[in-house]
Design a protein around this ligand. Structure first.
Ligand SMILES: N[C@H](CCC[C@H](N)C(=O)O)C(=O)O
Length: 276
């Protein structure tokens, strides 16, 4: 089957965005892995699928698949690309979009400077909803891994995130500790692992070892989760510039039960068709 797609990225976190609106698609994990394969397919961190909404309140449905073929709940960089994709494909002329995801409704706003702002909803902090095995909710937790004990944050943005504070982002143990925590048994659905260096109350650097992918150039939900954790620890104010290897995101959060807003760019690299 010939499938129309756009190759896109949000700060280097790259995607194959599939048009499941003008063509009905059935995607198996094997097909996702083939599309995401950087030699046998197009190559990407996540495959994103635009579909018609399932109810009247949303404009579109947005589904997210990691390169390993697994479907996940949310993808922040992808949400910004989604807004750009549906407008470039003339699937809508709106600048404010309500998009249904497995994590709930996202509210996207296309800004005049070509940036996209996303209301990512409120973070989830109850361990059982992250999910993370812990006796009670806390701002931080102790986690044993490779014979060491680490202090982590645990936050869900619809998808699970563990966050560790580091003094130097460049020497953070992303490649060694990332996979250990990603598959840690206390995270029953595995977890995205963020390494955060707070520089001031409004600036931080972040690297993310993503569940099902590995280290990516950027992670939108990871930036949201890391800012929430730093704010809970009173290390940052309500608005923070998070610098990732691929570039910067502006994250705003005023406190518990409030929505997290993420603002940043979305880039289209090329359009094409793939045989799946
Ligand atoms: N890159 C995405 C996160 C994908 C999350 C996925 N790795 C998961 O398993 O939750 C972002 O910009 O938010």
């Amino acid at each position: 089957m010939r499938v129309k797609f756009s190759k896109m990225h949000g700060l280097g976190n790259d995607f194959v965005m599939l048009d499941g609106i003008s063509q009905r698609l059935k995607l198996s994990p094997d097909k996702i892995r083939r599309i995401a394969d950087r030699r046998l397919g197009i190559g990407c961190d996540q495959v994103l699928l635009a579909e018609p909404p399932r109810g009247p309140e949303a404009d579109f449905r947005y589904r997210i698949f990691n390169a390993d073929g697994g479907e996940v709940e949310n993808c922040g960089n992808g949400a910004r690309c989604f807004a750009r994709f549906v407008r470039e494909r003339r699937l809508t002329g709106k600048k404010r979009l309500k998009v249904e995801t497995a994590a709930g409704m996202l509210h996207l706003r296309v800004l005049d400077n070509d940036q996209v702002s996303v209301d990512m909803g409120a973070p989830v902090l109850e361990p059982e909803k992250i999910p993370f095995n812990a006796d009670r909710r806390a701002d931080s937790y102790l986690l044993e891994a490779s014979d060491e004990t680490f202090t982590i944050g645990a936050v869900s943005m619809g998808n699970p995130h563990a966050i560790l504070l580091v003094d130097d982002i460049h020497s953070a143990p992303v490649e060694t500790l990332g996979p250990l925590i990603e598959a840690h048994p206390r995270f029953p659905q595995k977890v995205n692992v963020g390494f955060l260096q707070v520089e001031s109350r409004s600036q931080a650097q972040l690297r993310v070892f993503e569940r099902g992918v590995g280290e990516t150039h950027a992670c939108g939900t990871g930036a949201c989760a890391a800012m929430v954790y730093a704010h809970l620890r009173d290390l940052v104010d309500e608005q923070v510039e998070i610098r990732l290897p691929g570039g910067s995101l502006t994250i705003h959060w005023s406190g518990p039960n409030q929505p997290v807003t993420m603002t940043g760019p979305a880039t289209t690299v090329f359009h094409g068709q793939i045989i799946v």
